[in-house]
Ligand binder design. Structure first.
Ligand code: CU
Length: 413
């Protein structure tokens, strides 16, 4: 872990500051509006950390009934003229913990709160920010960017805060943009809180499935002025777990909408973030979710159903089998005729789900060796993912007609 103090006199802080102000506001505008204006294929379901930058939440929302936890620790070495080496010699490290707890209340709707301790902005020690996020437009893998709307209350600022965020992916490059409004912005101590508007833009470059570089910049464009906020991070997906991790540097100690919109002058915090999805309460048995384990919706077979038993209309049934192994769906692109039943067989030592991105249907947790079936009775494109491992994504394209060509009828298509 790199730790160092940044004071106003440090040379390393000065150039960044200057560069930020010169071009960043223009970049910010671009980053906000490009995602909203451009339509490209291959946008994917966002994943914590790997698909976003340290100070931007993106448009991702956790699945219904999932609990999602993020913790970020940001450190600052304080003292007089101290450097990182002084941590062994009397300099003090101050930690600025922040965390987020979110719950999937409805499909595409999360409620939760963010907490930031030792907030440099609040004046007081803590910021609490209860919020709700609506994933208004989810990425569909071939259409428009995703959009999310967040409404929040910042208890320290006594402010109603809103954010409209968008996100899009061009292959390895992901772009994030956000517009934020605050009814009472934290200000630089002098004046009373006034309304403010802020913009934020970020980018993520995927290096491998498990590694990405990300950064963002944010600043107020109306209302009380403040320093630009920035962050940079090495984003890491921990293989074979649903967890992600980030090593980050930023000039923001708070994780709230307001906190991430204003930089703390002359300070660089170094830290890390860790994300913990509680992937479906089914994992926890009857303690949290008595309904789980019995069929909760007509469309989803209960886990113990002998799915491989031949159905009554076996002769008419068309089944395509897909394995799940190595934390991948065997085929990420599958094309089948209408009426096909797709059967997923879990060959991994860990449980997965097959969950429609649009929330129309989902499997329960499919344990090792278990299977799940879903019949596609209408044509269209169906994106799905694994709830515990959101980077597991695939698509089924369902087309009219059968692939064993039937004799053409006059009105056949
Ligand atoms: Cu999985």
């Amino acid at each position: 872990m790199h730790l160092r103090i940044e004071t106003a006199s440090r040379t390393s802080a000065t150039p960044h500051h200057a560069v930020c102000h010169a071009g960043a506001r223009a970049l910010l505008l671009l980053a906000v509006f490009i995602p909203a204006a451009v339509v490209v294929p291959a946008a994917a379901v966002a994943q914590p950390v790997l698909d976003r930058s340290p100070n931007m939440a993106g448009t991702w929302v956790t699945s219904p009934r999932n609990l999602f936890f993020e913790i970020s620790h940001r450190f600052q070495v304080v003292g007089g003229d101290v450097d990182v080496t002084d941590i062994f010699d009397g300099a003090k490290i101050v930690n600025y913990p922040t965390f987020l707890l979110a719950y999937g209340l409805l499909e595409n709707v999360n409620i939760g709160f963010r907490y930031s301790s030792n907030s440099a902005l609040a004046g007081g020690p803590n910021e609490w920010q209860p919020y709700a996020t609506w994933g208004a437009v989810r990425s569909t893998g071939g259409a428009a960017p995703s959009l999310a709307l967040t409404g929040a209350w910042n208890g320290a600022a006594q402010s109603v805060d809103v954010e409209l965020s968008s996100q899009i992916r061009f292959g390895r490059l992901g772009l994030l943009g956000a517009v934020r409004g605050f009814s009472q912005a934290f200000e630089n101590a002098a004046d009373d809180g006034e309304a403010a508007l802020a913009l934020a833009g970020g980018a993520v470059v995927s290096i491998t499935r498990y590694l990405a570089l990300a950064g963002d910049v944010a600043g107020r464009v109306a209302g009380p002025s403040g320093d630009l906020a920035w962050s940079a991070g090495l984003q890491v997906g921990i293989p074979y777990t649903p967890h992600t991790f980030s090593l980050l540097a930023t000039n923001v100690s708070s994780g709230t909408l307001q906190g991430t919109s204003t930089g703390v002058p002359g300070v660089v915090y170094w830290g890390f973030e860790f994300t913990i999805p509680f992937s479906g309460f089914a994992r926890w048995g009857d303690i949290f979710d008595p309904d789980e384990g019995s069929s909760t919706t007509g469309a989803v077979p209960p886990p113990q159903t002998p799915l491989l038993a031949p159905p009554a209309a076996a002769t008419e049934r068309r089944v395509t089998e897909l394995r799940i192994s190595g934390l991948r769906y065997e085929r990420t692109e599958l094309r089948v005729p209408v009426g096909t039943t797709v059967r997923w067989i879990n060959r991994d030592p860990v449980a997965h789900t097959v969950t429609a991105d649009d929330g129309a249907w989902t499997s329960p947790l499919i344990g090792p060796g278990d299977v799940f079936e879903h019949t596609f009775s209408t044509s269209g494109e169906f994106l799905y993912h694994c709830t515990p491992h959101p980077f597991m994504q695939a698509r089924v394209t369902v087309v009219e007609g059968r692939d064993t060509p039937a004799p053409q009828t006059p009105d056949g298509r």
